[in-house]
Design a binder for this molecule. Structure first.
Ligand code: FES
Length: 345
């Protein structure tokens, strides 16, 4: 109970139950779901041994590069990709803190604003390629945070209008309020760090770094290592040529067997061409069928992989999903070999 106040006068600053009880059931449901989900998302990143480990499929640097492709905020993501580990740690801790703060009712407006911003950024990047938009989860989460924010604002406005609440504010000493906020902020930070420590403690060893360099471009140049993956794929000839049947994507000799190149499919989607054999090529959309991230290619395993949630597709079997959460194969793009060139079919 707050110092100098009677239990009947005030919602106690440290009473978790009172904070939940004061809200209508509809807001409680939303709050519980968003809080638990963000806490889980933060812990999952911290417990993932590959998240901060360069060269693995779900490395944060790979994800940032992939998200930047075709995103309206690609410039910002490329800047963040220069400090991937710092960005990854910040995102994971922020998600954990938002989850903890939302569940405990600490700085609820700030937490909801950060949650909304996080999902808005993810909508503009990770799930930007999902069509129709409602199949991507981030737009829904952003709206859920916005609804939660508005609901809290309306509730607060109602409370402020009540005579009882005005009396209550009059009794509150400024130093009490400041101290309360400091203690609450410290509580969220402490719980966040405990979760972060536990997650890192139970995290397994990172997977061996892939030597994959992503995809070779149509000119035969190999993409950069380290931040390997979708972002290292170069478009070029394919982009200029890729708008109608018969147009050349690249020369066959420029794609060694087992390698791949990126190009733009008719319709504008990023696509990948894989050479399976001497006279066998296949091509697929790079837009992951799980939530719309762009897949990359690992020439060692000859697998198309998604850096977001680990989906893997086998190009030799029609890009069927062979691991991870993707429900269906990558859409095929018709291509053919003619006169030593690979052309759109
Ligand atoms: S977007 Fe989730 S696995 Fe590809």
């Amino acid at each position: 109970v707050a110092m100098g106040t009677r239990r009947s006068d005030v919602t106690t600053p440290f009473s978790l139950a009172a904070g939940w009880k004061a809200q209508p059931m509809s807001i409680r449901v939303l709050r519980a779901f968003l809080g638990v989900t963000f806490l889980y998302a933060g812990i999952q990143k911290l417990a993932d041994p590959n998240f901060l480990h360069a060269g693995t499929h779900d490395y944060i640097g790979t994800q940032l590069q992939a998200f930047a492709e075709g995103s309206p905020i690609g410039g910002l993501l490329r800047v963040l990709a220069h400090a991937p580990v710092l960005t990854g740690i910040t995102v994971a801790l922020a998600e954990t803190a938002v989850g903890v703060g939302t569940l405990l009712g600490v700085a609820p407006f700030a937490m909801a604003a950060i949650g909304f911003s996080t999902n808005l950024v993810l909508f503009l990047s990770a799930t930007w390629h999902v069509h129709p938009y409602f199949l991507g989860s981030d737009s829904i989460y952003a709206v859920a945070w916005a609804v939660y924010l508005v609901a809290m604002w309306e509730q607060q406005a109602r409370s402020r209008r009540s005579v009882r609440n005005r009396r209550q504010v009059g009794r509150m000493q400024p130093e009490d309020a400041t101290r309360r906020e400091v203690i609450r902020g410290g509580l969220v930070a402490a719980v966040t760090l405990v979760f972060a420590g536990l997650a890192r403690a139970v995290s397994a060893r990172p997977a061996a770094a892939s030597t994959a360099s992503g995809l070779t471009g149509p000119t035969g140049t190999t993409g950069p290592t380290g931040a390997s993956g979708p972002a290292s794929m170069q478009s070029g000839a394919g982009h200029a040529a890729g708008q109608r049947a018969g147009k050349v994507i690249t020369g066959l000799s420029r794609v060694p067997v087992g390698e791949a190149v990126g190009f733009t499919a008719p319709g504008g989607d990023p696509a990948v061409l894989v050479r399976l054999g001497q006279q066998k090529v296949v091509a697929f959309s790079r837009v992951c069928t799980h939530a719309g991230c762009l897949v990359g290619y690992d020439p060692q395993s000859r697998i198309l992989y998604c850096p977001c949630h680990g989906a893997e597709f086998d190009p030799a079997r029609g890009a069927r999903p062979v691991a991870g959460p993707a429900p269906t194969a990558l859409p095929r793009v018709a291509v053919a070999i003619r006169g030593g060139k690979v052309v759109l079919g």
